[in-house]
Design a protein around this ligand. Structure first.
Ligand code: NAD
Length: 258
């Protein structure tokens, strides 16, 4: 078991899906949790508090640097610092480059990439001062390879892997590590929307659309789970993770092995 008693973890976009699963794992390991994101905040807080962890929520919109700064200040005031930063907030939109809505491009770059620059630059001084910190960027297989129709997402996730490498190099001689995790398909609201779109486009059932989505890309034929990703984050937060630096760690059922 990884013991994170006395540590504080901020997980962006943690009211649902992967972020909530990661926050749950960190809470079970004893960390204080700062949640962020929209939707059913009370349910997310209840899920984390059920682990015995102390949890608060901040509704910062990851598109806005000023709101991110306010969230980081609140976390420091409430818990004294941020030891573990998980940059997870993300959105998706699927369209060909020439049809890609410009406002969607701007939002995806802001939420999936630029927000991590802001949280990282604001968290690093405290981590350096205590000579311990963990920054985990939830990228994607799309930080390593492309897929048609996902220009903004693939550009942002490749950028996030790049930010991970530079942050890891700048902190290489310290107790702060920075790594990216690159999941394949995980069955969350973000992917459910893509399954619904395939079902509609191909006039097939949801189950058939789900199987088609997986068989196109993910050799395991199974979704990765938020719990499995939470356990990988715990490993990176443990002493076993001390020398894992600047990695882009795929957990993708074999997607990028092809
Ligand atoms: P999700 O839609 O279930 O959750 C996204 C979270 O981000 C929610 O808490 C939502 O409220 C929050 N969010 C959205 N816009 C926000 C904003 N402007 N400001 C603050 N919070 C905002 O999605 P998910 O599938 O759990 O995705 C989480 C991360 O994992 C994303 O970065 C995504 O790119 C990445 N990822 C997902 C998959 C997958 O298959 N689901 C695969 C690889 C990577």
């Amino acid at each position: 078991m990884v013991n994170l008693q006395g540590k504080t973890a901020l997980v962006t976009g943690s009211t649902s899906g992967i972020g909530l699963g990661i926050a749950q794992a960190l809470g079970q390991a004893g960390a204080n949790i700062v949640l962020n994101g929209f939707g059913d905040v009370d349910a997310a807080l209840a899920t984390i508090r059920a682990t015995g962890a102390q949890a608060v929520h901040h509704a910062a919109d990851m598109r806005h640097g000023g709101e991110i700064e306010a969230m980081m200040t609140m976390a420091r005031e409430r818990f004294g610092g941020i030891d573990i930063l998980v940059n997870n907030a993300g959105i998706q939109h699927v369209a060909q480059v020439e049809d890609f809505p410009v406002d969607k491009w701007d939002d995806i770059l802001a939420i999936n990439l630029t927000s991590s620059f802001h949280t990282t630059r604001l968290a690093l001084p405290g981590m350096r001062a205590s000579n311990w910190g963990r920054i985990v960027n939830i990228a994607s297989v799309h930080g390593l390879v492309g897929s048609a129709g996902k220009a903004a997402y693939v550009a942002a996730k490749h950028g996030l892997v790049g930010l991970t490498k530079v942050t890891a190099l700048e902190t290489a001689a310290t107790g702060v590590t920075c790594n990216a995790i690159c999941p394949g398909f995980v069955l969350t609201p973000l992917v459910a929307a893509q399954i619904d779109a395939i079902a509609k486009r191909d006039a097939i059932t949801r189950e058939a659309a789900q199987a088609r989505l997986l068989s196109d890309k993910q050799p395991s034929g199974q979704f990765v789970t938020p719990e499995q990703l939470g356990n990988l984050v715990l490993m990176l937060c443990s002493p076993f993770g001390d020398k894992v630096r600047g990695a882009a760690w795929a957990m993708d059922g074999g997607w990028t092995a092809q």
